[in-house]
Each structure stands twice: as structure tokens, then as C-alpha cells.
Design a protein around this ligand. Structure first.
Ligand code: ZN
Length: 382
């Protein structure tokens, strides 16, 4: 049985134009566990797409050999809207040019509508509850009517992911070392994925509330429903996380193949693909709280230059970068240093360009202790 290729037309936004979401499916529909992987929801983040490009033939071979035991859904480019945003020879991702939405926001929190449907019917059998909740979640999504193309795209993605046991959303940063955003509820269970992919920073958010990201919305409704119905057994039935496969320019066959192999081994480890994944690589870090993530902002306008490469271990008070005023009268006093406010790992150097403007996010550091200026922020927004 070859893989199934599903082509999903999105709602046209202008006469005579249309875009299509392409989905690859492996295994038998309804088989468990189900894994859902997508890449490039921010459109211009292709390391994950490259990983899925290499994963697909691995899964084709596994399928041919009868080694796929669960169900696997893959969306190599999850955002055809953003893919088409080419302006003045430049591909603009992250934000929708029509409504300025961040492409990884405004997914659907299904906890409330599903609670209304299943609240009186929950049983003392966890497995039955999971099946009932998944069916209700799908029914809620299937009854929604999108008002435009971006809403349609969000719905089409969630309709394919919401009943999965594992959701992996593949992103990247501008220049970055490999890092992993998870929910606190999933640690340490998901630590095997962090270790397998070689993450140098793993950061956890509270299970909810959170910014309405794709991976957040696929995982958090279980935690919410559990808290809404404390007398009924409701397990965390979906492990949902975001992998940041380094920087935007880290797109090559060697990285893509290695990343794909790591994802494949993770699927083996969870029994979705048969076969021995071999020993788990030693974890390169432990998980740290999102409140401990320092975010550096440009203090002024200027030219940005970094003193540390991404992936560096840094100490509190160390200079990470400088913002240089190139037209300052005294060049020696024209450099403003921006320092780390935590010990930790400099996992991201944010902008692709080197022009800085006041308030621009210029770096992010994973640190172990909550920071006063970060408390209460989910961190994914900046
Ligand atoms: Zn992204």
C-alpha cells in the first residue's frame, strides 16, 4: 500500500486563484498511536520541510515492508498562503500580509465546546473518555465554517491533528541552535524526543493559558478538561511540542537527513514504526522554564553585531551583542552593549538582517531560573 496523498483546496481569496494544502498519510486510518508532523507554518522556515522531505521516503520504505504500526500524517509545507508571499524578491513569512496575523496564532481552544458536549457523559474508563473527547473535538472542528482562507487553513490543519497521540510542529529561528518548546505537563516523558533530536535547550510553558499556537492548542485542551472534570479519568492524550530546527539558512541534505532519521527513531521508540531505534543519545540539556528565558531587545537604532555564536553557554552580565550608531560623532562611544541577564544557553540570534531598531528582539537565552522581567510571558510571541 503506497502512501496516500491528500490535496486539500483552500478557500480562494481572489477570483481565479486557489491554493492547496498537501498531506501525506501512512498506515491505516484510525490505527494507534497516531503521529502528526507538520513544517513551515511560518512559511519561511524550511529546515523542518527538509527533514520531512527526507522522512517521507524512509516512511515509504517502512510502509512497503509493513513496518508502520500506527498512523502517521505529514504536512511538509503547512502554509501555502505564506509560501506565496514573495515581495520585491524577498519571501516574507511569519505574518499574513492580508490581516497581519502571526501564522502560528489563533488556533482553536476546544476545551470549552468539548466540555459542553461530553460533560455529562464522561465515564470512569479513561480510554472511553479519550475516544469520546477526540470524537467531540473533531465534531466541533467539522462544524466550524471558516470566513476566509487563513481560517480555512487553520481548520484543515487542526482537523488532521486534533486526534493525534503525538503532534510535532517543526519551526526554526533566524540563526539558532536546535531547541525544543514543550509543555511542563509532558516533561520528562517527552525528554526522549529532546534527546533524540539533540536539543541544546528545552523550554517548558505552563499547560495553559498560552498564546494560541498550533502545538499549544493541540495539547492543552486535555489538561484543561482534566482540571474541569477532576472526578473523571482524563489522561494527557496528546504530547504536542514545537521543535526549532536551528536557523532559516540551515537547509541542506546532511542536516535534513539526520533530522529525519531522528524523527524516524522517535516514531520507532513510540511504537508507531516497528524496529529498533538503538540507544537513546545522551540528553544535551535539561528542561528550563519559559519564565527563565531571557529575551534581549535592541535599546536603540543601529547596526547589530554579535560577540557570541548561537549555541554558546553564557554568564549573566556577559555582552552578547552591540548596537552601533554608524553616524555617531565619536565612533568609540557609538557602541551600546547588550548583556545577558541570566546564566544559560544563547540558543537564538533573532534577526536575519543586521539593522536594529528600538525594541527589536535580538537574542534569546535559556536560563534555569525565572526572571522578573519574563514572569507571565509565554515567550513564543517574541
Ligand atoms: Zn516558526
Amino acid at each position: 500500500m503506497p502512501r496516500i496523498v491528500e490535496r486539500v483546496p483552500l478557500m480562494p481569496m481572489t477570483p481565479g486563484t486557489s491554493r492547496v494544502l498537501t498531506v501525506f498519510r501512512y498506515g491505516r486510518a484510525g490505527a494507534r498511536p497516531k503521529a502528526y508532523l507538520q513544517a513551515a507554518i511560518h512559511a519561511n522556515e524550511f529546515p523542518g520541510t527538509m527533514a520531512l522531505h527526507h522522512l517521507a521516503p524512509m516512511l515509504d520504505r517502512a510502509q512497503k515492508a509493513g513496518r508502520i504500526k500506527g498512523e502517521i500524517v505529514i504536512v511538509p509545507t503547512a502554509n501555502p498562503i505564506g509560501l506565496s508571499q514573495v515581495l520585491t524578491q524577498t519571501h516574507l513569512g511569519r505574518y499574513d500580509l492580508v490581516g497581519r496575523d502571526n501564522f502560528n496564532r489563533n488556533y482553536h481552544d476546544l476545551a470549552e465546546p468539548v466540555a459542553e458536549r461530553v460533560g455529562g457523559k464522561l465515564t470512569n474508563d479513561a480510554r472511553r473518555n479519550v475516544n469520546m473527547i477526540r470524537a467531540a473535538g473533531l465534531a466541533v472542528l467539522n462544524e466550524m465554517t471558516p470566513a476566509n482562507e487563513i481560517q480555512d487553513q487553520r481548520l484543515q490543519l487542526m482537523r488532521r491533528s486534533i486526534d493525534a497521540d503525538i503532534v510535532i510542529d517543526l519551526h526554526c529561528d533566524a540563526q539558532a541552535a536546535l531547541h525544543h518548546f514543550i509543555s511542563r505537563r509532558d516533561w520528562p516523558a517527552i525528554g526522549d524526543l529532546s534527546a533524540q533530536i539533540g536539543a541544546v535547550a528545552v523550554m517548558y510553558n505552563a499547560p495553559y493559558p498560552f498564546t494560541m499556537t498550533f502545538s499549544g492548542c493541540n495539547g492543552s485542551w486535555w489538561s484543561k478538561l482534566k482540571d474541569m472534570f477532576p472526578d473523571k479519568p482524563i489522561p494527557q492524550a496528546c504530547e504536542s511540542s514545537t521543535i526549532e530546527f536551528r536557523g532559516q539558512h540551515d537547509v541542506d541534505h546532511a542536516l535534513g537527513e539526520a533530522d529525519a532519521l531522528n524523527l524516524y527513531k522517535f516514531l520507532q521508540r513510540r511504537g508507531i514504526v516497528a524496529g529498533n531505534p538503538g540507544p537513546l543519545p545522551r540528553a544535551r540539556c535539561t528542561a528550563t522554564p519559559m519564565d527563565g528565558m531571557d529575551v534581549g531587545y535592541a535599546p536603540s537604532a543601529g547596526v547589530l553585531t554579535y560577540l557570541k555564536p548561537e549555541g554558546s553557554k553564557v554568564r549573566k552580565g556577559e555582552t552578547i551583542c552591540e548596537v552601533i550608531d554608524p553616524i555617531g560623532a565619536d565612533p568609540l562611544n557609538a557602541r551600546t552593549q547588550v548583556k545577558s541577564r541570566t546564566d544559560g544557553v544563547l540558543f537564538s540570534r533573532r534577526p536575519n538582517g543586521r539593522l536594529a531598531w528600538p525594541g527589536m528582539v535580538i537574542f534569546r537565552i535559556a536560563g534555569p531560573k525565572p526572571l522578573p522581567h519574563r514572569t507571565g510571558k509565554s515567550g513564543l510571541d517574541d
